[in-house]
Structures are given as C-alpha cells and as structure tokens.
Design a binder for this molecule. Structure first.
Ligand code: ADP
Ligand code: NA
Length: 333
C-alpha cells in the first residue's frame, strides 16, 4: 500500500477563528507530529471565486501562512505554500473540468448554499467550477487523505468520481482514490451568539467568533457576552444535550485544556456561567496568546513569510509537476 499523504487547504479570507484553529490548524499539526507527509495550501485561487481586494488578498495570504506556522506547522517538515504559485493546480483543473460532467457539478450543494437568495446568474463561473479545482488540488499530489469539514465531504466524493472517470476514460490506473477524513462534531466550534450555527469567519457579527488575533480583553469580553441559558452547569455532559450554547462552551474548554469533557463537567458541576466563563476565558487566552504573538512577529517580516511560501511552492511543484506531466501525456499532449 502507498504511504499516506495528507493534503488540505484553507482560503485566505481573513478573520481566522478559534473554529479554524481547533477544527483545522490544530489537527493539521497533529498529523505533522504523527510523521504523516502533510501538504498544506493557502488556496488563493479559490478565494477569487468571489472578488477580493488585491491589497487585502496579499495581506490575508500572509496572515494565513503566519497562522499555520504560529499554530505549529513547521515549513521544513510539512509543505506549506500558496496555490497560485504552483501551476499544476490551474492546469490540472482544466483537464479535470473536461472529465467532470455538468450534471455532477449541478448536484453540488455548496454552490446552491452559497448562492441562496442571490441571483446565481451573476456568480462567477469559477465559483461554480470550484469543485473541479479542489479535485485538482487533491489529485495533483496523489493525495490519500483529505481532512475536511462535513460541508466539504461532497467535494471529496466528487474528486473520487472525477479520478475514477479519468482512469476509466483513458484506461489507466493513475489517480488513487483519496479518502475524506471528516472533522468530528467534537471539534466543531459553534457561534458564541447561536449555539446551533458554526463559528465562522464569514459571519457578519464579530461577536459570534473568537479571532486568532483577538487580544486578551477582547476574548474575555466576547466570552462574557456569549449567549447562554440561565441554568447552572449540570453534573454530566449528557445533561447538556438540549443546551447547545452551554455545550459549545464546555466543548471549547475541554478542547483547549486537553481535558476530557466529563472532567470539566465534574469540576464545574452546579456552578453558574459567571464562574465558568472567566475560567473559559483564561484557558482560551492561554492557548491563543502565544499564537497571536507569534503571528505578529512573523507578520512584522513579510519578506520572510514570502520566502517560506516560495520555498514551499518549490517543494509542492517537485511533487505535483511530474504528476501533471504524466496526466498530460495520458491525455495525449
Ligand atoms: P469558515 O467556515 O470560517 O469560512 P473555512 O470554510 O474556510 O472556514 O474552513 C477552513 C477550515 O476550518 C476547514 O477545515 C473547516 O472545516 C474548519 N472550520 C471552519 N470553521 C470551523 C468551526 N467552527 N469548527 C471547526 N472547524 C471549523
Ligand atoms: Na466553510
């Protein structure tokens, strides 16, 4: 069997959240620490499927790279790079667009979700074709495992369909089938304003999320104002099943402190949120302060970030360009 290779990307859209950290960045670091070959990509080609201010995009690309490194991604051990700097993504995306069927793309629920309430006719062709580019991102590295959120699972399944059709149409056994590694609900961080909604960098309310760059006072204030119910905390995790806001806060505490939820429940059983929230603020600040201060240090030297991304792009190209070349040969170029 082939040795595992992980690929994952995050869009440089600014406002990285505690959700991105616990659900993505921290898991990526764990995969690196297990010694799995890991390739992490700042997916800027995906970002421009909706218009981006160029100056802001340049900044958010560096910010995301800094967040990867500050969270523990070691650009020597993992490959960390910027999608637009490696031509294999766009080139393979075209070939795969010619393999994918319109009917398959029409079934993608994310495009429907993203255009809900809008006139889809006015969206970019790129936003519609996004899953074909994502397939290229994954297949250009002969990736075996793709850590994704539940919302991206359908795109990994489409990637498998595209890989299988390419192999079938050209009579080859070239693209291996990548497996999605789904982020468990345990790692899903919910909005501080609504315990049934995901904490998201695209939520219009800044109060709904904790940003990786928030300072200690901001974090404490957001947690103090987080929506909760009036009941004190019960003794067991199961008793929180109908209390999404309380559940979310306990979940965050457990994830950041590294303790089991039951241990956290025991410690705070019978306590009011006026006791629990300051404790949560404390563990959150303790976890995020080193990350935000490291991000600030890194961002003070953009040339160095660009150098790291440039080096990462060279390494990414070493893996993906031969795979692209072979795909082109198979197609008849
Ligand atoms: P957002 O939804 O904030 O725009 P993205 O869709 O760009 O974030 O997601 C980037 C990565 O972060 C994905 O792997 C996604 O699963 C993860 N992620 C985003 N929000 C959360 C969250 N609230 N909880 C857990 N993981 C999250
Ligand atoms: Na998302």
């Amino acid at each position: 069997p082939r040795s595992p290779r992980v690929f994952s990307g995050i869009q440089p859209s600014g406002n990285l959240t505690l959700g991105n950290y616990l659900g993505a960045l921290r898991r990526f670091v764990e995969s690196q620490e297990r010694g799995v070959e890991s390739i992490y990509c700042v997916v800027d080609l995906h970002a421009i499927t909706v218009w981006q201010d160029p100056e802001k995009l340049r900044r958010t690309i560096r910010e995301l790279a800094a967040a990867f490194i500050a969270s523990g991604i070691d650009p020597e051990r993992s490959v960390l790079f910027n999608q637009s700097q490696v031509s294999a993504h766009a080139e393979l995306s075209w070939i795969l667009s010619c393999v994918a069927r319109l009917g398959w793309m029409n079934r993608m629920t994310q495009f429907k979700d993203k255009t809900q309430g809008k006139n889809a006719e006015n969206e970019s062709l790129g936003l519609y074709a996004y899953p074909a580019l994502m397939a290229a991102d994954i297949l250009a590295y002969h990736t075996t495992h793709v850590p994704v959120g539940e919302d991206q699972k359908q795109h990994v399944e489409l990637t498998r369909d595209i890989a299988a059709k390419f192999n079938h149409d050209y009579g080859v056994d070239f693209f291996p089938m990548p497996a999605p590694v789904i982020e468990g609900t345990a790692t899903r961080v919910m909005s501080l304003r609504d315990g049934t909604k995901k904490m998201s960098k695209s939520d219009p309310s800044d109060q709904s999320r904790i940003n990786l760059t928030d300072d200690a006072d901001t974090i404490a204030a957001k947690i103090r104002k987080a929506r909760t119910d009036p009941e004190p905390l019960p003794e067991t995790w199961d008793e929180l099943s109908e209390r999404p806001e309380a559940r979310n806060l306990v979940n965050i505490y457990a994830a950041l402190s590294g303790e089991a939820r039951e241990v956290v429940m025991e410690r705070f059983a019978g306590q009011a949120f006026s006791v629990f929230k300051p404790a949560l603020a404390e563990v959150t600040v303790a976890s995020l302060a080193p990350i935000s201060s490291r991000m600030r240090e890194l961002l003070a030297d953009p040339t160095e970030i660009d150098r790291i991304l440039g080096r990462g792009a060279e390494r990414a190209a070493e893996i993906s360009l031969p795979i692209l070349a072979k795909a082109k040969e198979i197609v008849g170029f």
